[in-house]
Design a protein around this ligand. Structure first.
Ligand code: 3H9
Length: 729
């Protein structure tokens, strides 16, 4: 397919790369662009060439799907070297005109041009590190020559793009264009023709490369930054190594060095994991049985019922995305409190320089208080965020049903309750969907979208589009106790508590997990969320379950194995008023800085509870802690998958990566299991089953895949029977 087009404009040829959606340098572009450049170089009617991207962006990089292919096949990553040499050695000046984003291979292509101009709103960067790789198309060599060692390290290690003004100041581009970037680039090219040769080649630049002596402290600081901001990640260190090569080797040798480092990164576990995470996140929106014609409704106004922590966070997330929001609660005081929290939060963003005063004012102005249910009538989407209690939510939904327009989408922000029972309180269950936000909802990227038995496909499409609009990742799961994320959390959290009873300390468990890469240890997570949350669920479980028995039977499992004792200490802590961070004490103590401090009182409590229960405490090694916690997560993940609560292992990975602080460089729990090997994981789980009891029964899906020598990745590729089609709405 033709993806490169030329428009001659009086001596200046404008070459347009047109490869939607983001003009990635896919195979066809890599083949066509050199042919076009070579032809134009020979064309006497052409004095200069301008290269632009079609649509909303310049080139967003190499084609990540091709990188994935190379990573798994062991083949070579896409090669841009001949193309870049051809561009740089073209006898006619080549001007790169960037708008939208110029990222990764896109920026590398631009840096091979003789000149670079960018639209005022353009963003440029080397985000490869987010994929566990390094710029592999001479980027580390040219960027260092253009912007110097320090800035090159900053860009390659942070992966963050910079705007046009900053790029101009750093020497990355020659001019910022106000107005149409193509027209601006054409006049820039005419001016370059008028000035005449030589036209600068980035490879020839050496003025910013520094000396070994001047660079030494810069590299030391860069390595320190890489180690602290991207703990355990190999790509940032590799990028610095390639930048160092730029300062010590001639250009071509530096490029060869970069290429070798880049290829190793592409094939590394971390590279594979992070590319998987990128693509899995985008694939999450492609729900296997969602008909292509399921159209999302247009959303302009969202009504949020409940002005507590979740309601407030959701209101801000919506306002930040430019939606009109109404916020209500039972009484005006609760709404006032919620609005005051929102105001404080925006003010603090302004103080910290993250938001302009105008933007904060605009966002605040989008959130209007309402009494009771008054926001429902005009809303396109109502999100209920009241206290986690089924009867209360049913009451609220009955009232919303009376007031909302017939085409309104009705969402509940429950984290544990049965969506179908909530939907049954309305006369329109097909309009009801779960939107499980994570706290703080204006920050956390995940929304678990819970599909009830009768949720309509249009409503599901709207929920997915809404998540995207909010800049979040929506992952569709089916209804069931704890849905996917929290259901997996319980065996993980409980195993950590069993380990503490058997001889580990909460501090040791959390250290092992954070050293391994988790954003937080599980005890610290429990303290942050509040120990009363799981306590309340246990109470309900003992008396009245949040899901009726038929649902639990249908799903085949519950967050709490029925034939297993519960951990000994968590309830006692709650009874002592140690609810976690909010009371200053939980598994740990907390000072003003909210850092967890080990508390002897908790250790004594654990020891005496263990001794009363006849548990002999022992030294527990870090490896056992890691295996028992992470494998508990994986085993439950396999059940979640088998029961169809999540439809793909990759969806579970996305849930854990975006909602639970799982380290991106491990690709998510299911991807990580594949890297260890399912047979090895299964054998370890089977051994735990023998030693520790029925809670460790290997999930049948895990057992099958291990037996077949398969992986979760292959499971995702297996053809599936699709679940009963959802109702249309
Ligand atoms: C690289 O360049 C390596 C080199 O150094 C040399 C190696 C030898 N390729 O995010 P969105 C798709 S590494 C293929 O939802 P947005 C994406 O999958 C690359 N596909 O949109 C999705 O597909 P679908 C360095 C890509 O507006 C669609 O585009 N570059 C690529 O929120 C829309 O994506 C990067 O790391 C790609 N490179 O954000 C940039 N990029 O519609 C990665 C996107 O089927 N990309 N897609 O689901 C981004 O950061 C964002 O996509 C971008 C747009 C900011 C561009």
């Amino acid at each position: 397919m033709n993806q490169v087009f030329v428009t001659p404009t009086d001596g200046i040829a404008v070459v347009q790369i047109d490869n939607p959606p983001v003009n990635a340098l896919s195979r066809d572009v890599r083949e066509q662009l050199p042919v076009v450049v070579a032809q134009l170089a020979d064309d006497k009617a052409v004095d200069a060439i301008v290269i632009v991207g079609a649509g909303r962006t310049f080139v967003a990089g190499a084609d990540i799907k091709e990188l994935e292919e190379a990573a798994w096949s062991g083949g070579e990553p896409p090669d841009l070297h001949d193309l870049l040499r051809l561009v740089e050695e073209c006898p006619k000046p080549i001007v790169m005109a960037m708008h939208g984003t110029a990222l990764g291979g896109g920026l590398e292509l631009a840096m091979a041009g003789h000149y670079r101009v960018a639209a005022a709103g353009a963003r440029m960067g080397q985000p490869e590190v987010n994929l566990g790789i390094i710029p592999g198309a001479e980027g580390t060599q040219r960027l260092t020559r253009l912007v110097g060692v320090e800035k090159a390290i900053e860009l390659c290690v942070s992966g963050k793009p910079i705007g046009a003004d900053e790029a101009k100041q750093a020497g990355l581009i020659d001019q910022v264009i106000d107005g149409d970037p193509t027209l601006g680039a054409v006049s820039f090219a005419r001016e370059a023709v008028r000035r005449g040769a030589p036209h600068p080649r980035t490879r020839d630049r050496a003025d910013k490369l520094g000396t070994a002596e001047s660079n030494a402290p810069i590299f030391a600081r860069g390595l320190e930054m890489a180690r602290t901001t991207r703990r355990h990640q190999t790509a940032p260190l590799a990028a610095i190594e390639a930048i160092e090569a730029a300062t010590t080797l001639p250009f071509d040798e530096g490029c060869r060095r970069e290429r070798a480092i880049s290829a190793a990164c592409v094939r590394s576990d971390q590279g594979r994991a992070m590319v998987h995470a990128f693509l899995a996140e985008r694939n999450a929106a492609k729900v296997p049985d969602l008909p292509k014609d399921a159209r999302p409704a247009e959303l302009k106004e969202v009504a949020i019922i409940g002005a507590g922590t979740m309601g407030v966070g959701i209101a801000m997330a919506c306002a930040n995305a430019g939606l009109r929001v109404t916020l209500s609660d039972v009484g005006p005081e609760a709404v006032d409190r919620g609005l005051a929290t929102i105001r404080r939060s925006y003010e603090s963003s302004v103080t910290r320089g993250r938001l302009s005063t105008e933007a904060a004012g605009d966002r605040l102005g989008r959130i209007q208080p309402r009494a009771g249910f008054d926001g429902c009538e005009p809303a396109d989407l109502v999100i209920e965020a009241v206290f986690e209690n089924l009867a209360l939510k049913q009451q609220v939904f009955a009232e919303i049903d009376r007031r909302a327009r017939p085409d309104c989408v009705l969402a509940t922000n429950t984290s544990t309750l049965d969506i179908d029972r909530i939907a049954a309180a309305t006369g329109r269950p097909a309009s009801v969907v779960g939107l499980h936000f994570f706290s703080p909802a204006n920050v956390m990227r995940l929304i678990e979208i819970i599909r009830g038995d009768r949720t309509g496909t249009g409503v599901l499409a709207t929920a997915l589009a809404f998540a995207k609009r909010l800049g979040k990742v929506g992952v569709v799961v089916r209804n069931g106790p704890g849905f996917a994320g929290n259901r997996m959390m319980f065996p993980y959290m409980y195993e950590a508590q069993f380990l503490a009873e058997e001889g580990a300390t909460p501090e040791q468990v959390d250290r092992v997990l954070t050293d391994w890469g988790m954003a937080m240890g599980i005890f610290a997570v429990d303290d942050m969320g509040g120990l009363d949350v799981a306590w309340r669920i246990r109470q309900e479980k003992r008396g009245r379950t949040p899901f009726p028995p038929e649902v639990e039977r249908k799903r085949g499992t519950t967050p709490f194995p029925a034939n297993e004792r519960e951990p000994l200490v968590a309830d006692k802590l709650v009874e002592m008023g140690r609810l976690g961070q909010k009371t200053g004490k939980g598994w740990f103590r907390y000072g003003d800085d909210r850092r967890p401090i080990p508390d002897p009182e908790v250790l004594n409590l654990i020891e005496s509870a263990a001794s009363s229960a006849g548990i002999r405490r022992r030294q527990i090694g870090d490896e056992e802690i890691l295996e028992r916690t992470i494998y508990a997560l994986i085993n439950e993940g396999a059940r979640v998958l088998e029961e169809g609560v999540a439809s793909r292992a990759a969806d579970i990975d996305v849930i854990y990566l975006t909602g639970y602080g799982f380290p991106a460089f491990r690709g998510g729990p299911m991807f990580y299991a594949d890297t260890i090997g399912l047979a090895a994981i299964h054998d370890r789980i089977a051994a735990f089953h023998r030693e520790l009891g029925p809670r460790w029964k290997p999930a049948p899906l895990l057992a099958r895949l291990a037996r077949e020598g398969s992986t979760f990745r292959q499971f995702d590729a297996e053809p599936k029977r699709t679940a009963a089609p959802a109702s249309r709405s």
